[in-house]
Design a protein around this ligand. Sequence first.
Ligand SMILES: Nc1ncnc2c1ncn2[C@@H]1O[C@H](COP(=O)(O)OP(=O)(O)O)[C@@H](O)[C@H]1O
Ligand SMILES: [Mg+2]
Length: 240
Amino acid sequence: MAEPTTLATVRPDALAHLMAGIARRCPDVARGPVDDAPSPDEPGHPEYHRARRTEWALSRWRTAVPPRYRRAESTRPAVQAWADAVAADPESAGSVLLTGTTGTGKTHEAYGALRRIAECGPERYHVIATTVVDMYGRMRPSPEDELRRLTRVPLLLLDDLGSGKVTEWTEEVTYRLINERYNACLPTIYTSNLPADSRDREGRRHGPDLITTLGERIASRLAEDVQVIAFKGRDLRRSA
Ligand SMILES: Nc1ncnc2c1ncn2[C@@H]1O[C@H](COP(=O)(O)OP(=O)(O)O)[C@@H](O)[C@H]1O
Ligand SMILES: [Mg+2]
């Protein structure tokens, strides 16, 4: 039986003739082998999928952010470093506490950090942002449903820690929330108008702080897990 004709057995001049004919009839085929690896704007390319995750995460961020902070960007290197650590590995990132007097830009920076995490296109992006006072409101009469929601969400902004009336009940639910998130290695960004610790070198307190306001138990739990980033400066609301 005759050998089947393959491209390898065709004489070179006959092959050139064949290719020229194909090129005339179907120029797209004759252009030669195409690189079939997807480009960054095509499915299959890692950059394409990262961009889709970023779009999705930013749409979730927009639903969590109040209109005042829609243009928030993180500008502090320490906060940016935390946001990047959360995007890279949420379990090992730990939590941050932004402290400073009213109007120094803590809430703006916190929403900016949540946006920065979204922009990295993380695998998961579930975020809840709330002030503690709103949280206490949703926890009445029973805190269990709200506690479960906030202790499980992968990323939480808890704004204005230490504000509102402190009672045995607020102390208990706040401790449970902080403790359970700490045990689950879930990153949280806290803000507070109070300093973490107002003591000087001699141990004298200079005004209220989170230890005196939230209690020793909560403050020492926070101290184990949380990097404190202090905001100083003028009240941005007054200078606007
Ligand atoms: N980096 C910034 N760029 C533009 N506006 C800012 C910036 N930081 C804060 N602001 C604005 O200043 C005001 C006070 O900031 P905010 O984050 O609410 O302060 P805090 O939470 O410390 O009380 C807000 O109106 C906020 O939108
Ligand atoms: Mg604020």
